[in-house]
Design a protein around this ligand. Structure first.
Ligand code: 5RP
Length: 218
């Protein structure tokens, strides 16, 4: 089974968490794209979606799936999204696709967060994948200096602007031993919009695809 086969199988398994009449929160990335394609088969059953990025909104619409503004709907029953790294505690690094801010908002507005990933994403300690941080442009250098004090090596993501008009710093060389604490600390730095650690609001379910099928971690 290829990595894409595992992503597809895992994305399809997430359909079990969707109920008739749901407004579904939809994430961003290649695994989320498989979920969007699978969700097209249920489009008559759900009441619509809220997308975590412009790219996902376009893909949803290309399938004829309704995309709603989060401000126009209440809290969501379920959010389905991928991750760059995940632990057995369901703490995540997200933002490889740069959509972390809207992803964190939609995750926060959802009762259940179903994370879908292939088993290459499972780690004991977060941080080998460079931690994405969305930053207000005028704060870029200030924030980078603060991150150096935390032992990280910030690298500006070249030629990339987020859907919110901001920049991404990817922080290398972090061993994130206490994800909840580091998320709180980094959130307090002025100029940081969103930290790509999802630990204060972790996933509720991690569906992990490997060569034998899909495992469910809760
Ligand atoms: C986008 C994300 C994605 O969920 C993450 O990058 C995983 O992507 P993929 O499914 O392509 O491996 O956080 O901002």
């Amino acid at each position: 089974m290829t990595q894409d086969d595992m992503k597809k199988l895992t994305a399809e398994a997430a359909l079990d968490y969707i109920e008739a009449g749901d407004i579904v929160g939809v994430g961003t990335g290649s695994t989320a794209n498989f979920f969007i394609d699978a969700l097209a088969g249920l489009k008559g059953k759900i009441d619509g979606t809220v997308a975590s990025s412009e790219a996902s909104a376009q893909r949803l619409q290309s399938h004829g799936i309704t995309v709603l503004d989060l401000n126009a709907v209440g809290d969501l029953p379920v959010y389905v999204d991928g991750a760059d790294e995940a632990t057995r505690h369901l703490h995540l690094i997200k933002g490889g696709g740069g959509a972390l801010t809207r992803e964190k908002i939609v995750a926060g507005a959802s009762s259940k967060f179903i994370c879908i990933a292939d088993d290459s994403k499972l780690v004991d300690v977060l941080g080998k994948f460079p931690l994405p941080i969305e930053v207000i442009p005028m704060a870029r250098s200030f924030v980078a200096r603060q991150l150096l004090k935390h032992g990280g090596q910030p690298v500006l993501r070249e030629d990339f602007i987020t859907d919110n008009g901001n920049l991404i710093l990817d922080i290398h060389n972090l061993d994130i031993l206490d994800p909840v604490e580091l998320e709180i600390e980094l959130n307090a730095i002025p100029g940081i919009v969103t930290v790509g650690i999802f630990a204060q609001r972790p996933a509720d379910v991690l569906l992990l695809g490997d060569k034998d099928g899909v495992k469910t971690l809760t």
